[in-house]
Design a protein around this ligand. Sequence first.
Ligand SMILES: [Fe+2]
Length: 464
Amino acid sequence: MGNEPLGVRLVFAAMFLLNAAVLCRGGITSDFVRHPEKAVDMPLDADVFRIPPGYNAPQQVHVTQGDHEGRAVILSWVTPSEAGSSTVFYGTSEHELEFKAEGTVTKYNFYTYTSGYIHHCILSNLKYTTKYFYKVGIGLTTRVFWFKTPPKVDPDAPYTFGLIGDLGQTFDSNITLAHYESNPKGQTVLYVGDLSYADIYPNHDNVRWDTWGRFVERSTAYQPWIWTTGNHEIDFAPEIGEYVPFKPFVHRYHVPHRASGSGSPFWYSIKRASAYIIILASYSAFGKYTPQSEWLEQELPKVNRSETPWLIVLMHSPLYNSYSYHYMEGETMRVMYEPLFVEYKVDVIFSGHVHAYERSYRISNIAYNIIDGNCRPVPDQSAPVYITIGDGGNQEGLAASMTEPQPRYSAFREASFGHAIFDIKNRSHAYYSWYRNQDGNAMEADSLWFFNRVWNLREETYYP
Ligand SMILES: [Fe+2]
């Protein structure tokens, strides 16, 4: 620890001992029993899907980071009846929106569905740590929202990320989102893929992409959500003539991939405060010589841990997963990329896909070669912690079946819906906590003090 006052140090020490005490028992399969009802999608007339009043009023408003450093945002929204205006008026006072930016508008067809007019607009050269108000729409049907820019990239800038995955649009999804909103800490959501689950409906009914956009607007219009693609974004449906993968996603959700030298919106990176975040694509080619692989190999050496100490990777399909669901699906990417994650000391990897919660110890399985047969995860302090947070609450329900016995590398697992918070304090410490939906937001169901892998390379937990 650095120069913290004694009180702060004592709190750190107490939290560490508490974690150690809990974790000394080794891998925990939680005995929390969740009320077993089926997750059901909210009906089309649910209040969270309501269309904002006024002719052609903007809806499905969302904001994401728009550059590599955090000085720009991409604002997106849909107007249902006509294109209207793609201009955004914005400023630091709600009553004086002194700046304006021009966006673009697009639409798409999917089988018999025709989308509304989808607008995207980049606001650039924003001031750091500043609240901006913005107005979209035209005439009498305008709507005003706000967002806050992050601090300047700095190794000790505190910043708090929310973690949500596989949200969908069920009654449980609504509880997860409300639970996250009531947790006052989250400043930006790292979303680990599988958004609307529209593809479960006949002909991938894209109306469910619209309802999802309206459902999450109450958060996405006010803080950036950083997007990762999951299998439910693929929307490949040759049986109805839809051959282009990711068509609805790429029209609706823009990301700043070009700012990190990526030619694809499915893998890219951003810096935000003291974090460097790499987003990878489980469902785009990632083998040797593929664009994603070449990009990642060039990307990792660029990460300057003196500038951004915290190196976080997002991907949809987990590399370590001890549930029966999607078992081993991440294995091919693990074989490809795990040596890089260990070499570059990634702090943590967040994934979704499995509709449950799991956290690993720091382990790696990179010693294997075809001759020695030495294929077993072992403790490795250069390795990431792997966290599965695919427990947003979508209609496929919980993944309650686990492989038995719990593998040694698995520190904690529980089949409950929830969200998590990754709270960066400075270059050496971050506090991580997972909240199950059944509890209040002051109650943590799992937690860990993270020690930065470059600035504070100490063991966080006792490996059983
Ligand atoms: Fe998935």
